[in-house]
Design a protein around this ligand. Structure first.
Ligand SMILES: *[C@@H]1O[C@H](CO)[C@@H](O)[C@H](O)[C@H]1NC(C)=O
Ligand SMILES: *[C@@H]1O[C@H](CO)[C@@H](O)[C@H](O)[C@H]1NC(C)=O
Ligand SMILES: *[C@@H]1O[C@H](CO)[C@@H](O)[C@H](O)[C@H]1NC(C)=O
Ligand SMILES: *[C@@H]1O[C@H](CO)[C@@H](O)[C@H](O)[C@H]1NC(C)=O
Ligand SMILES: *[C@@H]1O[C@H](CO)[C@@H](O)[C@H](O)[C@H]1NC(C)=O
Length: 228
């Protein structure tokens, strides 16, 4: 269960990034920050599964993560969703030499590994989302090499993630994701690949909140859904 308090802390921690770049400006934060997010606490079985398959250096994925996905953290929707972020989308293992090939080159494999480590180390969605948001914000600015700054900015420990990354665990997790993904889907001609309760929403990914609302069977409906 996600504590609304933590959600607010996360949003505040994210503020410095949103103020940097005009196109992802402060406007989202002015629309009723987490108002009433404590009201809905559905059973886990009622939650909607939202899976986002992405590649860490893909611009459309970065935009989706920091702009569209951010909406569920601002509203009460995060409490009704099991969010699963899956880096390594469209990566594959070359069967001849067993190396992993990422769509946007070796740098993307490294950032995918780091993000797999972040997901592995921080189970709480607010924490891992905040870090991945920060990494992807840097990607949009072309400053992804500065990823280490994200830990101090969010006041989260860097060592466990570095340890995971340096021992190759992030890449091992990548292998696992790639194997799993191979059973789920073939490589996509576009990313992000967004799945709501096991149903791909294809090119409508920007409208994913509508699909979450349609899939959610709990009562009462999240306030955000009543606005649509
Ligand atoms: C796999 O790696 C081999 C050896 O480097 C290379 O010749 C081949 O083109 C690669 N195949 C793919 C699909 O990347
Ligand atoms: C494997 O093959 C790929 C594609 O040809 C190449 O980019 C990569 O460097 C090779 N890896 C190793 C370990 O030889
Ligand atoms: C959501 O995912 C969980 C765990 O993978 C699964 O057990 C559950 O059936 C899924 N729920 C729906 C509605 O697809
Ligand atoms: C999810 O969809 C796949 C096919 O896309 C199907 O094979 C699988 O059984 C489904 N899983 C659930 C839990 O509905
Ligand atoms: C999202 O939904 C709106 C309203 O239904 C529609 O006009 C728009 O085309 C949709 N966007 C995408 C990318 O499907």
């Amino acid at each position: 269960m996600v504590s609304p308090k933590l959600a607010i802390i996360t949003a505040i921690a994210l503020l410095p990034f949103t103020f940097i770049n005009g196109s992802y400006g402060a406007s989202y934060y002015h629309s009723g920050l987490h108002a009433d997010s404590a009201e809905i606490t559905p059973f886990d079985s009622q939650k909607v599964n939202l899976s986002v398959y992405y590649a860490s250096l893909s611009q459309p994925c970065a935009t989706f993560i920091i702009k569209n996905l951010e909406e569920i953290f601002q509203s009460d929707l995060i409490n009704t969703v099991n969010l699963q972020l899956v880096p390594w989308a469209n990566a594959y293992v070359n069967k001849t030499n067993h190396s992993i090939i990422c769509q946007n080159g070796p740098d993307e494999c490294e950032l995918n590994s780091l993000q797999a480590c972040v997901l592995n180390v921080f189970n709480e969605v607010n924490k891992h989302y905040a870090l991945i948001y920060c990494f992807e914000f840097l990607v949009i600015q072309g400053r992804q090499k500065n990823w280490q700054d994200c830990f101090s900015q969010l006041d989260l420990p860097k060592e466990p993630v570095l340890n995971c990354y340096n021992t190759g665990t992030g890449t091992e997790i990548g292998q696992k994701y790639i194997n799993e993904a191979a059973h789920l889907y073939s490589p996509h001609d576009f990313l992000p690949w967004v799945v709501v309760n096991n149903q791909s929403i294809g090119r409508e990914y920007e409208n994913f909140t509508r699909y979450i609302c349609e899939a959610y069977k709990g009562i009462p409906a999240p306030a955000t859904c009543n606005l649509h």
